[in-house]
Design a binder for this molecule. Structure first.
Ligand SMILES: *Cc1c(COP(=O)(O)O)cnc(C)c1O
Length: 374
């Protein structure tokens, strides 16, 4: 009997193809933008925006000085994968029991409070180590970071076992509000100057995400933290043509049937066929259980069959969606490949129709969908 693993069966039903070559091109472009002496932190949190953490981290190792992850669990996955060269920076705040992991593996933590700095200092002292950390500054994001520079100025000399090698902030609206972002970067530069005057070395100064790197001058910064643009999507439309798509999401037609006019399609009966003498409806092997957003229901989303756009009909269900293939004649058969994301259909387009952002579309592709890396 012919035996196949579930993963390989799934891999021929609904799958994601990832081009590491495109990823490397985008990383090289980010490096160019960072300029001479500028460094890159490749942001690979959330399974590298759905691309697979280990493979992506390996592909970026030659381009990135740091890899940015959300937490120590992701950081450990990079270590376990044997990705040696870039240092691993933890973008989120480590919980108390995670701090020893930071220390043991020389991950780089972003420190937001005096209490946190003291806790790391104590741990480092106990281990007879000096721990390199970056101070996070809250210049408007309201998520983490010191709020008061005076606290840092009055305290940092007490942290004898910390080497404060970097300072960071985050831009909440670099893709939406250029004026406010410019002012925020200027404010950050002022604080950095003040910290340096007080004697802090600060080899690494960083603020910019993709939109910050693409859209703003880099005066104050030495290190940049692109995420989305590495995955071929520009948060600023004017840069889109400079990036290469890295991810293609595919599925297959499972059934083709001709429905008479007035036949309901999908839950709730929001949609009914109206074409004469029939609507040729293809059922596809993808649904919100795979991360195809349910919010696309009734929003005019398309997929590509044979390079032609076909509209999604009615609501997205958990495992299946229906599309109109009437205009493709007899060409569409069960088993035919369908492009959900790729070619002419970008994550930006799907996000707009689903009322969300491209980051959410990419990270929303669930684990049921195997990633095939080239
Ligand atoms: C996610 C993240 C980034 C990367 O943002 P993109 O918009 O995807 O480039 C950079 N910095 C921090 C702190 C982040 O959380």
């Amino acid at each position: 009997m012919h035996e196949e693993e579930p993963e390989s069966l799934m891999g021929r039903r609904c799958w994601v193809e990832i081009s590491l070559e495109a990823l490397r091109c985008n990383a090289a472009f980010a490096r160019d933008l960072a300029g001479v002496g500028g460094q890159i932190m490749g942001v690979v949190k959330a399974d590298a925006y759905g691309h697979g953490l280990e493979d992506t981290a390996r592909a970026l190792a030659d381009f990135a000085d740091f890899l940015g992850v959300a937490n120590v669990a992701e950081a450990l996955r990079i270590r376990k994968a044997g990705v040696g060269k870039p240092r691993v920076f933890i973008l989120g705040t480590a919980l108390e029991w995670e701090r020893p992991v930071v220390l043991e593996h020389d991950f780089v933590a972003a420190v937001s409070t005096v209490a946190e700095a003291e806790a790391y200092d104590f741990l480092a002292a106990s281990a007879g180590k000096r721990l390199k950390v970056h101070l996070a500054l809250d210049t408007g994001m309201g998520r983490l970071g010191f709020l008061d520079t005076a606290e840092i100025l009055s305290q940092w000399r007490h942290w004898a076992h910390l080497e404060i090698e970097g300072v960071a902030t985050h831009l909440p609206s670099a893709d939406e509000k250029p004026d406010a972002t410019g002012a925020q970067l200027k404010h950050f530069a002022d604080i950095v100057r003040l910290l340096r005057e007080s004697g802090l070395g600060l080899r690494h100064v960083h603020a910019a995400n993709s939109a910050g790197l693409l859209g703003f001058p880099h005066d104050a910064c030495t290190l940049f933290r692109p995420g989305l643009m590495l995955y071929g999507i520009s948060p600023l439309p004017e840069w889109q043509s400079r990036l290469q798509p890295t991810l293609k999401w595919m599925t297959r037609v499972t059934l083709v049937r001709d429905l008479p006019p007035g036949h309901g399609v999908s839950y709730g009966g929001d949609f009914a066929t109206s074409r004469e003498p029939y609507t040729r409806v293809a059922t596809l092997a993808v649904g919100y259980g795979d991360g195809y957003p349910r919010q696309l229901s009734g929003q005019g989303a398309d997929v590509l069959v044979d390079g032609r756009r076909c509209p999604v009909l009615g609501r997205v269900t958990m495992d299946q969606i229906m599309i109109d293939v009437t205009d493709l004649g007899d060409a569409v058969k069960p088993g035919a490949e369908v492009v959900l994301l790729g070619g002419d259909i970008s994550a930006t387009e799907l996000a707009r129709k689903a009322g969300t952002i491209p980051w959410h579309i990419l990270t929303g592709i669930t684990r049921r969908v195997p990633r095939i890396t080239e």
